[in-house]
Design a protein around this ligand. Structure first.
Ligand SMILES: Nc1nc2c(ncn2[C@@H]2O[C@H](COP(=O)(O)OP(=O)(O)OP(=O)(O)O)[C@@H](O)[C@H]2O)c(=O)[nH]1
Length: 599
């Protein structure tokens, strides 16, 4: 029946009353009584004095031991008292009189229907209604199933509430942030940790708020550093990922804090999310990245150094087999790296070069403890079989695991060549610094040094040292008549002639100055020195170097001062020089073209 129609109908007891009135007014005929008995509800009618008028079978069945009382004329209270005394009313246990008083009061002033449990444990709803003529109609319906369902519902509700509380407790107990959004993306529940995580957004984190609105609130307050300057783009991306929640998100928070967000679509179409603080992990990763970058840089620098080093750098395993070699190893030993790798150290340092160099580092000795052997010069072997002089420095690498060694080979042959070249250059320089540029014989510096040294040396042996000072006669005229370049040529020729006049290893021919020469003759006495002087004069004259302007001869002539002395006591070399000088003047004074012995 439609609800609108039911609303206009009179209540059931009133309808029942009218029916009963019709029955009773016309004399209650058995068929109507039977009809009442057939009804599912217990029906009982009391008159205005609360005396039973009639009741149906269903009512009588409710009180099986009370049949003798259920006769017209019995009052409600009498029947109640009898039923209670017979234990038919469980509620009446305890204070019987109080129960009866309360029940009679309710009966006389019927209000809302009563729910009563019967002796058989079943539940009935008793509706009592005072009728217009003062009589009271009561009927009771078995509502056991309804009550059972309501109880079950209550229990289910309680369980649901408990489950909800347990869920809330569990969510709160999580060390990570948890949040649940419904299918409309409105916040359902979140824990305190979640609110603490998003401190700048916290005021917006309330049940019922949309996820997007929480994001916008946070965006406006700098909650998401990664969104700075591109807020709308960031928002779009974040919402997309939120709704497609398939992969974890790494999210930055202010203060270089980091979260890992795991979101899942729930069965009801909402989104459950967990926020894990991974700040430490990210910081460690950042540090690791920096360290790796620095490591890569150092490695690149190391490779550059090793690659360009002049020395061969060879790494070896614990058995002395080559692990790697730099380009210099190929230069020094002739082995390409790929052919050298895997070969024993003995390939480069053969047995005839000495004991195994690695033995020092593997045996128990001070070198092994220091992890380094002193550099040693050895004859290593080139790939083509020839030996190469190298300096080998061995050291052990501290790898923390298996032993590794580094052999540093420096090619000494090259260094030797450099050293020799340097020595040669120095010698040449020394030679040049003591050589006369014009004539190629010793210069004044060399002469001075030699005079001093020979003076000392001859003195030590008690031997005489002779000195010839030679002057070219009228050389100014030579220059003037033949020109300066010819003068130079003449001086060169004289130097060469004088050089040929001495034969002993210690004899020195030097250019003493301008057109003056000097001969230093160790172990030479006066007579011998004079003989050499005369030989020099003779040799120059025989060369017949033209000197057209000389008043002495048509060719170049010499004047020579000769001195010879033995270094005794504290006599000085200068004395020998002075003596020779005086002698040469004497020769000039005597007419030139001669040799004069010092006095
Ligand atoms: N061409 C040339 N002339 C030089 C060089 N050194 C010195 N002379 C010259 O040698 C001459 C020496 O002159 P003097 O000292 O007067 O001696 P002299 O002319 O030889 O006279 P006496 O020694 O007294 O015979 C000067 O004219 C110098 O210019 C040189 O390297 N080359």
């Amino acid at each position: 029946m439609p609800a609108s129609l039911a609303a206009h109908r009179p209540p059931l007891p009133v309808r029942l009353w009218h029916t009963l009135r019709r029955w009773l007014g016309g004399g209650a005929q058995p068929p109507y009584i039977e009809a009442m008995d057939a009804m599912d509800a217990g029906i009982v009618l009391y008159d205005a004095q609360d005396r039973l008028v009639l009741c149906n079978r269903n009512f009588r069945a409710l009180y099986p031991g009370l049949t003798h009382m259920l006769v017209p004329g019995r009052t409600f209270e009498e029947m109640l008292r009898e039923a209670a005394s017979l234990g038919m009313i469980p509620e009446a246990q305890g204070d019987l009189e109080a129960f009866i008083a309360e029940r009679v009061r309710q009966h006389r002033n019927p209000g809302i229907p009563l729910l009563r449990q019967m002796a058989d444990g079943r539940w009935r709803r008793i509706t009592e209604q005072r009728l217009p003529d003062g009589s009271l109609l009561a009927f009771s319906i078995d509502v056991s199933e309804l009550v059972a369902k309501e109880k079950a519902l209550d229990e289910a509700r309680t369980q649901a509430q408990q489950a909800h509380e347990r869920l809330e407790d569990a969510i709160e107990a999580l060390s990570d942030g948890f949040v649940l959004y419904d299918a409309d993306d409105r916040l359902v529940v979140c824990n305190q940790r979640y609110r603490e995580t998003y401190q700048l957004s916290a005021p917006a984190i309330r049940p019922g708020t949309r996820f997007e609105d929480i994001l916008r609130y946070g965006l406006a307050r700098g909650q998401y550093p990664a969104a700075e300057g591109r807020e709308m783009e960031w928002l779009e991306e974040r919402l997309y990922r939120h709704r497609h929640a398939d992969q974890p998100i790494l999210q930055e928070l202010p203060g270089n804090r980091w979260l890992r967000i795991e979101e899942r679509i729930t069965r009801l179409g909402g989104v459950a999310g967990v926020r894990v603080d991974v700040t430490e992990l990210v910081h460690r990763e950042q540090q690791l990245k920096q360290i790796n970058a620095r490591l890569a840089e150092s490695r690149a620098q190391l490779h550059a150094v090793i690659g360009t080093a002049m020395s061969a750098i060879v790494t070896l395993d614990e058995n002395g087999q080559v692990l790697s070699a730099n380009p210099a190893a190929t230069t020094i030993f002739g082995w390409p790296e790929d052919e050298l790798v895997g070969q024993p150290l003995r390939t480069l340092v053969p047995a005839d070069a000495g004991p195994d160099p690695l033995a020092l580092l593997t045996a128990r000795g001070p070198e092994a403890r220091a992890g380094r052997a002193p550099p040693q010069d050895i004859r290593a072997r080139h790939r083509d079989g020839r030996s190469v002089t190298v300096q080998l420095a061995l050291s052990r690498l501290d790898t923390g695991g298996q032993a590794r060694f580094v052999a540093l080979f420096t090619d000494l042959s090259e260094r030797e060549a450099y050293a020799q070249a340097l020595r040669d250059a120095n010698a040449q320089l020394a030679h040049l610094s003591e050589t006369d540029a014009l004539t190629g014989i010793a210069n004044r510096r060399r002469f001075d040094r030699a005079l001093h040294e020979e003076w000392q040396r001859c003195g030590r042996h008690g031997l005489p040292l002779a000195l010839l000072l030679i002057d070219v006669d009228h050389f100014k005229r030579y220059n003037d008549s033949r020109g300066h370049p010819m003068g130079d040529e003449c001086l060169r020729a004289i130097a060469q002639i004088l050089r040929n006049c001495v034969h002993r290893a210690g004899d020195l021919v030097a250019r003493y100055g301008g057109e003056e020469f000097a001969l230093l003759l160790p172990h030479t006495g006066e007579a011998e020195a004079m003989a050499i002087a005369l030989a020099c004069i003779e040799a120059v004259e025989q060369a017949e170097l033209p000197h057209p302007d000389s008043p002495l001869a048509p060719h170049v002539t010499l004047s020579i001062g000769v001195a010879s002395a033995v270094h005794v006591g504290d006599t000085r070399a200068a004395a020998l020089l002075d003596a020779a000088d005086s002698a040469v003047y004497a020769a000039k004074r005597a007419g030139r073209r001669r040799a004069v012995m010092a006095e």
